[in-house]
Design a protein around this ligand. Structure first.
Ligand SMILES: [Zn+2]
Length: 440
């Protein structure tokens, strides 16, 4: 027997439970819509306050996001690495960051009484890596290293689910250049790459002047999704198009053109942050190169973060209603769900194998949908009930197989869940509709 490679809903581990009935989280700890929907619909499960299990549908979505990020990082010469999470505390002392780090930094000791930091970010580790092989020749730069790993922060009050957790997944890149001018060019190139990543994700975003905070450096930008629950406030000036984190603006007045009336202030969720660091880390940690004249010099650095688990939650937050989860097409765990008739119904007999065949044909006709079609084979449930579930989880298209699929020219009920359109289409029209309306 051939191996059945179809994705079937009955085989997917997706515990659907009302938050009020789960053991690990109280109702009052649910502080955002996306958090509640993702918990209730089996995308994530809370393990401890601020840390989560990613369940299969959550991983599917996360992997799509990682792929977009890997693609774009590769285009700008990024090389993927993995730094350890345990970082020697000495490095943080040397960079001068330890004394200002505060209680959000997780610190621990090993059995030999050596101190470590559970790293929230890796500027020190990246600098130390280069330092340990220094000095490299100027010919080996620019160097652009990035990783996708868990980061840790001892939040006083973890909230909004994946958006402000104590353990979260980030993509962070560290760049090394031989002079300030080329570091600035690198900075602009990576910012442009971030624009492309967010354009591909497909959720409206803004890029604004950012605060450098504990990371430091001379120039910084933040990428935000606008959302009421966002914890950052961003100022937009309609007069001169200036935009910045409100912390950089003294009052509600545009710092550039000085006009007060023309500014809008919005709550935003920060989803990406870039920093031009100069030699803030390379100097104390001795990340150097050998110049043309053979002299060792400090490298010029940049660092670039994307909160991957946060981007997932923030996308769901921005797009969903209180009752129904919505995803950008590019990040939905599956784009199409096929709903065949209930077992024992008369439609079931007249449409035997139609769903399975359609499954294969969709994948053949629309290669982008390979592995993105799901069969709702929970045939003990009515079509209506399964259609409702599909709406709640937010698959873009629910294709219902009913009596009309047994007509001479079979017609399929296509429900475009994003636009609330329901149409009957023949096979070719169906492929056409999906191709024309989906951002993949
Ligand atoms: Zn202005």
């Amino acid at each position: 027997m051939a191996i059945n490679s179809r994705h079937c809903l009955s085989k997917i581990f997706q515990p659907i439970t009302a938050v009020s009935k789960t053991a690990n989280i109280g109702h009052k700890d649910v502080t955002s819509k996306s958090q509640r929907l993702m918990l209730e619909l089996g995308i994530i499960q809370q393990a401890n306050p601020g840390s989560f299990h990613f369940l299969p549908l959550g991983i599917k979505s996360l992997n799509k996001l990682k792929k977009i990020v890997d693609d774009e990082m590769c285009k700008v010469g990024g090389q993927r690495v993995m730094f350890p999470s345990l970082i020697n505390t000495k490095l943080w002392e040397n960079s001068g960051r330890l004394e200002n780090a505060g209680p959000e930094l997780f610190q621990l000791k090993d059995r030999h009484d050596h101190s470590y930091v559970l790293s929230p970010t890796h500027e020190e580790a990246a600098s130390e890596l280069i330092s340990s092989v220094s000095p490299l020749s100027y010919k080996q730069f620019p160097l652009r290293l990035y990783q996708i790993t868990s980061k840790f922060r001892d939040e006083m009050k973890p909230r909004f689910g994946l958006m402000r957790g104590r353990e979260f997944l980030m993509k962070d890149m560290y760049t090394f250049d031989i002079d300030a001018q080329s570091a600035k060019r690198t900075y602009e190139e990576i910012c442009e790459s971030y624009n492309k990543i967010f354009e591909r994700i497909g959720v409206g975003f803004v890029k604004v002047l950012g605060t450098s905070g504990n990371i430091g450096g001379s120039l910084s930008h933040e990428f935000h999704f606008k959302a009421d629950i966002g914890e950052d406030k961003v100022l937009f000036c309609n007069g001169c198009n200036y935009s910045a984190n409100l912390e950089l603006c003294k009052s509600h007045t545009c710092p550039k053109c000085g006009v007060e009336k023309s500014v809008d202030i919005s709550n935003c969720i920060e989803v990406g942050h870039t920093f031009l660091l100069g030699d803030k880390y390379s100097k104390p940690l001795k990340a150097r190169f050998l110049s043309k004249s053979g002299k060792p010099e400090d490298l010029q650095m940049g660092c670039y973060g994307l909160g991957l688990s946060r981007i997932l939650a923030a996308s769901v937050e921005v797009l969903s209603s209180e009752q129904e989860m919505r995803w950008p097409d590019t990040l939905a765990p599956y784009n199409v769900i096929i709903v065949p008739p209930k077992a024992g119904s008369k439609e079931e007999k007249s449409t035997k194998d139609v769903a399975e065949k359609l499954y294969t044909k969709i994948e053949d006709h629309i290669p982008e949908l390979k592995d993105n079609v799901l069969l709702d084979d929970r045939l003990f449930l009515t079509i209506g009930r399964r259609h409702l579930d599909a709406r709640r989880v937010g698959y873009r298209y629910a294709i219902v197989i009913n009596q009309r699929a047994s007509e001479n020219v079979p017609l399929f009920e296509l429900n475009d869940i994003k636009t609330n359109v329901q149409v009957y289409l023949d096979e070719n029209q169906l492929y056409q509709y999906i191709k024309e309306n989906t951002l993949l």
